[in-house]
Design a protein around this ligand. Structure first.
Ligand code: SAH
Length: 239
């Protein structure tokens, strides 16, 4: 990946990025694009699109996360936002969770190559792992990008978050976020979650005349989640 161009795109979007971080992210993007030829890890195959849509987009979460936080990324896929967060925030302890083991193996291989000792990927279903005592209410921050609708993610995530911690949901274009958030209000109350705010942001690559709208939904865990949640996946998606 063209590191200088990546730094330029970060600058255009007011995303802080040092040369050392850009080198690591560039090595990650090269590894991703190479492995993607063998396994289907991401639909985005163009280097420049990876810069804006995957790397910069993931980096927009950086200011939301307090120093030293324990972070869980649900449905991390090829490592977004988990890997950029681990690269740019070595103070964080990051766990990437995905149901697909080839994606988890890819993230663990990337963590080893990039020497990200505080990044670990785990292969499991969120609704099952959330009942494991080692993971229950163990995270300050849970993130999820492009995984599911807000009510579903609220239930998948709530059990993992410490009281006082936060859930950060990242959504791309065509998201009906306002409606989704209000639809999720009753289930969030049940789960001990409260919607704080929804931030709208834009990512641009002016040379390509590209403008992307993004949303970050910020939810706080205000009280413990009842032990019965999350329910089985078939029940979660029903209502
Ligand atoms: N966050 C990544 C990937 C999004 S695709 C990105 O933004 O690029 C959604 C991912 O969520 C898939 O890799 C899928 O395997 C995973 N996923 C969906 N439901 C899940 C669940 N219940 N538990 C764990 N992983 C899940």
């Amino acid at each position: 990946m063209d590191t200088a161009l990546f730094i330029e795109i970060c600058r255009e979007n007011s995303i802080p990025c040092t040369a050392a971080e850009a080198e690591k992210l560039s090595a990650f993007a090269d590894f991703l694009l190479a492995e993607n030829e063998k396994y289907n890890l991401t639909a985005i195959r163009d280097e420049r699109a990876v810069m804006l849509r995957h790397l910069c987009d993931s980096m927009t979460l950086i200011p939301y996360i307090e120093k030293g936080a324990r972070v869980l990324d649900i449905g991390s896929g090829a490592g977004f936002p988990a890997v950029p967060l681990a690269v740019c925030r070595p103070d964080l302890t990051v766990t990437a969770l995905d149901a697909t083991s080839k994606k988890v193996s890819f993230i663990n291989a990337a963590a080893a190559r990039l020497k990200l000792s505080r990044l670990t990927a785990v292969s499991a279903r969120a609704e099952e792992l959330a009942h494991d005592p080692a993971y229950r209410e163990a995270f300050d921050i849970v993130t999820a990008r492009a995984v599911s609708r807000v009510p579903v993610l609220a239930e998948l995530a709530a059990g993992f978050i410490k009281t006082g911690g936060h859930l950060l949901l990242m959504k791309g274009e065509n998201s009906v976020t306002a409606g989704e958030v209000s639809d999720a209000a009753p289930v969030m109350r049940l789960l001990g979650l409260s919607h704080i705010r929804t931030d709208e942001l834009t990512l641009t690559d002016s040379e390509l005349s590209e403008t992307l709208s993004r949303t970050v939904v910020v939810i706080e865990k205000v009280s413990p989640t009842p032990a019965a949640y999350p329910r089985r996946y078939s029940q979660i998606i029903k209502n």
